[in-house]
Design a protein around this ligand. Structure first.
Ligand SMILES: Cc1cc2nc3c(=O)[nH]c(=O)nc-3n(C[C@H](O)[C@H](O)[C@H](O)COP(=O)(O)O)c2cc1C
Length: 214
């Protein structure tokens, strides 16, 4: 599948066929996801792949308040045979940007770059989100489906404890993956490009440049 086709086909799928993802396919997905760009090539991001049914079940129990009586959303998400936790360690970014080759970049990070809480943009969350998107697109490319979801903040400790994740890692997102169940709800209507993309000045909607040539 070409990249543009995977991008166009990607949509949030929240109910899955629970059959397992073939090991070779999973290998490919994680290999592609691990190629995401990262600020400074920092080491502070991690993907934790849960593909054994017991681990996936433990994840939903740890991440949800109502796993015993799941609502429709949770019941659907729990059918995913694979869940990948996207984790980020801000301290590793601060360490990376304290190295000598980052003197100039460090100056852009405010007056106390050693304190990640003061960074203008949390690069660790940006990088980790990119990894999640690559994983999601790689799944679509492989004929699968997915959905990136948040993990409630008050559940992070429980999730970290369940899987031995060090306390300094943020649980940025979880990506549920698998084959889409039949009878999906209709795909969300896309906003026109001009609602999202501005041309030259903020507020001037992008219109297809090809149209100007005509
Ligand atoms: C950062 C982020 C967090 C999201 N969190 C959730 C979530 O907690 N629950 C959920 O059902 N979908 C979640 N989604 C999926 C979005 O709802 C979905 O991508 C959006 O509605 C656009 O639809 P589409 O992905 O089909 O284009 C999240 C997506 C992103 C990028």
């Amino acid at each position: 599948m070409e990249l543009h086709e995977a991008v166009r086909r990607r949509r949030a799928v929240r109910r899955f066929d629970p059959s397992p993802v073939a090991p070779r396919v999973l290998d490919r997905l994680v290999d592609l996801a691990a190629r995401h760009p990262s600020a400074g090539g920092s080491a502070g991001r991690a993907l934790l792949v849960l593909h054994r049914p017991d681990d996936v079940g433990r994840f939903w129990s740890a991440a949800s308040d109502d796993v015993a009586s799941p609502d429709r959303w949770l019941a659907g998400m729990m059918t995913a045979p694979v869940v990948v936790l996207c984790l980020a360690d801000p301290g590793a970014y601060a360490e990376r940007y304290a190295r000598p080759d980052k003197v100039r970049a460090r100056a852009d990070l405010g007056s106390s770059p050693e304190d990640p809480a003061t960074w203008p943009v949390p690069w660790w969350d940006v990088d980790t989100g990119m990894a999640g998107l690559l994983l999601w697109l790689a799944a679509v490319d492989a004929g699968l489906a997915g959905c990136l979801v948040g993990v409630p903040g008050h559940r992070w400790d429980t999730v970290r404890e369940a899987f031995g994740v060090p306390a300094e890692h943020r649980v940025v997102a979880a990506v549920a993956l698998g084959r889409a169940a039949p009878d999906q709800p209709p795909a969300r209507r896309r906003r026109p490009v001009g609602d999202v993309v501005h041309d030259g000045t903020f507020g001037r909607p992008w219109t297809a440049l090809g149209a100007e040539d005509a």
